[in-house]
Design a protein around this ligand. Sequence first.
Ligand SMILES: C[S@@+](CC[C@H](N)C(=O)[O-])C[C@H]1O[C@@H](n2cnc3c(N)ncnc32)[C@H](O)[C@@H]1O
Length: 352
Amino acid sequence: MADPVTRLAYQTLQQGKSLVGLAHKEVSTKLMELLAPAGAVPKTVPVPPQTLAALQASHGRLLEVDWRESVEGLYPPSLLFDAPWLEWASRYPLVWLDMPSTWSRRSERRVDDLPAEINRDDYPAYYLQNFHHQTDGYLSDYSASLYDLQVEILFNGTADPMRRRVLKPLVQGLRAFADRPASQLRILDVATGTGRTLRQIRGALPEPRLIGLDLSPAYLRQANRWLSQLPNELPQLVQGNAEAMPFARGSMQAVSCVFLFHELPGEARQNVLNECFRVLESGGVLVLADSVQMADSPQFQAAMDNFRRVFHEPYYRDYIGDDIDARLQAAGFGAIRAESHLMTRVWTATKP
Ligand SMILES: C[S@@+](CC[C@H](N)C(=O)[O-])C[C@H]1O[C@@H](n2cnc3c(N)ncnc32)[C@H](O)[C@@H]1O
């Protein structure tokens, strides 16, 4: 299937997603300014033309790597087109219908507007917020049903291409256990959310056992819906806090964690890394993906600034200045390396 027609189809799909994302944001921002002007404060900073050019070039490089790694056989080209298109299309009107309540939370600076029925004692305090001003935070089926689509729009269709950048280091890291049957290897995806990363991992690694951990029962229910359609062994989904994971020491050969760290206070980031280290077997690999940071991507400062101005992201400013390498070292990891793909930085580290 890796032929010029498939490549053209992939490029066209990505261009289409990009246009839809940009148009959606343009129109929704204009509407908010008109109908809920208080929600449009604080204003975004203008993005300089050179930043836009750098973003565009980086976007092109991301899609190139995404295509190349599929052609090289790391994952099937069909993964490039994988999405619940019909469901997303049917849910898209809900994204619009949800906007007025998001605007009102923004203008009233209401960030703990969560479902009354949740038991607050079950969650750490930092979690009990409306991240991105999202309705119900992470704590309802309604929120879980819109999340993937909202992320897709936010990243102009590049969320999965960025998530797939964890696949190569995972596959390479698991070579340390090449003497074992692949079906005996265990890969844990921390903060798995609705399971999009596990879906990508299953595409590249059909045999290992997959485990997803998240604090949100609603997001895990959504993950179960998506993942149970996949062939091969059903991924195991576990509700729990990544700061104190319900897994035995040394029980995993690989751990991934995507888009969690910018939503954690610094201390929790360190706790999660310590836990990743504990649950990994010696020789195991951790692949961590999250937003780029000021130190590696100063050219994207305006984009990072705007992200935290538009969305409720209380720990983002601290995160983009955090030294993740130092935290990985403090947890005990070695062989630390990192690379950036558009707005995502991917760290790979090994448990000695
Ligand atoms: C931005 S989402 C990322 C989800 C997913 N990895 C992805 O790529 O879409 C953050 C996720 O982290 C989960 N989360 C936040 N704090 C957590 C914690 N301390 N332990 C486990 N999960 C947590 C949330 O419930 C949410 O599903």
